[in-house]
Ligand binder design. Structure first.
Ligand code: ACO
Length: 392
């Protein structure tokens, strides 16, 4: 079956197509990779994910060292520009009035992820960031997002938004705008570390979405709205809240063995374990575990989490010896997000706040490549058939 559609201009001429790359093979003659697994769809100098060896680099720097030596502001600047600058800072932005007005009108039952997407969309309508995306636009949208999410959280609780304190970091400013109080410096630092860890992770679904939208020469706000939509799906960004309820259900380390074996036997997923790419301990989980260990309020929770983790890893090793399933980032993200006092329904949009830096870095990189992303589909429908004629 061939298509005569000009948009899908890959008509079936297999012999000629083999001879010249200018006329590619028909889709039916090319390999199909469900989920695009294994397909290289971009070249990037931003982040490197080595799933086999459990390594994550941002512009060449290991994630563990960035958490130890960096701030989110410095890391975001590194992702956008490739430069590691001591003076780089990001401070929380004021939320423009049109954004506040729309957030005010959202029903109380609005999911915070939808509220964040709406806020970015209204910001885009108001600010009109043009293609190509720039580092200044990236700074603006990244600094706006925590303030907008905090404003929504206060409004849904019947409270007025509070103005950001420009002396605070983005993470500290987010906590301050949520609570209306100066944040505990240790909590602000822990959340900053979470932001660093969540900032970038290669060509995951939301980043790919962002690049596809920018590749049409659309604007940064539209690309970030699409990315938030992709991140909203439970297979991408929803696990830390479930880690909390899972540990709550398990209750104590002594109950873990029975609980985990029964869950796996039922075919349930153990939240915070396994990853599409990592076949080793997720380096982000290791970095966040260290952060959580420094949070005094989390000591009891963490003690249970570490003991349950040991049990889960032992059981996976026994039941799936040919398949390495290790702890993923969400397991210890749950500890940090809980420890800084966030309610579980703010966990997914807080991940989006962190990922703003990575999305916008990829948007800038994609725009400089300026290549429309347009894969093909393999047609599996009926062959060409005349349209049946009805009696008039
Ligand atoms: N619990 C139980 N079984 C698991 C788990 C888990 N956490 N992870 C993988 N498996 C099983 C799979 O069901 C599969 O079993 P099968 O061979 O009998 O079908 C086998 O192990 C191999 O799975 P993978 O190919 O390694 O994993 P896949 O790519 O299919 O899924 C995923 C990855 C979706 C993350 C999965 O591990 C999972 O659902 N984990 C729990 C949810 C979670 O923690 N998500 C957060 C991921 S990190 C992030 O998104 C930032």
């Amino acid at each position: 079956m061939t298509t005569s559609n000009t948009e899908n201009a890959t008509s079936a001429k297999p012999e000629a197509a083999a001879a010249t790359p200018a006329e590619p093979k028909a889709p039916a003659d090319r390999p199909y990779s469900p989920g695009l697994t294994g397909v290289i769809a971009a070249e990037t100098a931003i982040g490197f994910v080595d799933g086999l060896n459990g390594q994550l680099l941002y512009r060449g720097y290991p994630i563990g060292q960035l958490v130890e030596k960096g701030t989110y502001g410095r890391v975001a600047e590194l992702l956008w520009t490739g430069e590691w600058r001591k003076s780089a800072r990001l401070v929380p932005a004021e939320v423009p009035e049109p954004v506040i007005c729309v957030l005010r009108e959202l029903p109380d039952h609005t999911h915070p992820m939808d509220a964040l997407r709406t806020a970015v969309s209204v910001w885009g309508a108001w600010r009109r960031p043009h293609w190509p995306p720039t580092v200044d636009q990236a700074r603006e949208i990244t600094a706006l997002a925590p303030s907008a999410l905090a404003a929504f959280h206060r409004l849904r609780n019947g409270l007025e938004p509070v103005a950001p304190n420009p002396k605070l970091s983005l993470a500290g400013g987010f906590l301050q705008q949520l609570t209306g109080k100066d944040p505990d410096p240790a909590a602000a630092r822990a959340l900053d570390a979470y932001f660093i860890v969540g900032a970038e992770h290669g060509l995951n679904a939301s980043t790919f979405t962002c690049r596809v939208i920018i590749s049409t020469r659309s604007d940064l706000a539209s690309a970030v709205c699409g990315a938030i939509g992709a991140l909203k799906g439970p297979l991408h960004g929803g696990a830390p809240a479930e880690v909390v309820s899972q540990l709550h259900e398990i209750g104590s380390p002594e109950r873990a063995e029975k609980w985990v074996r029964e869950a796996i036997a039922r075919g349930d997923k153990i939240m915070g374990f396994g990853h599409r790419v990592y076949r080793a301990y997720d380096p982000r989980a290791a970095a966040l575990r260290k952060v959580a260990e420094g949070m005094s309020d989390m000591a009891d929770w963490l003690d249970t989490a570490v003991k349950v983790e040991d049990v889960v890893l032992r059981i996976f090793g026994e039941l799936k010896p040919d398949h390495v399933i290790k702890t993923n980032v969400e397991y210890y993200a749950a500890a940090v997000l809980q420890g800084v006092g966030l309610p579980p329904d703010l966990f997914p949009p807080t991940f989006a706040l962190a990922r703003m830096a990575g999305w916008s870095a990829h948007a800038i990189e994609q725009a400089s490549a300026d290549k429309l992303i347009r894969p093909d589909a393999r047609y599996v429908g009926p062959p060409e058939t005349p349209v049946p004629t009805f009696q008039r």
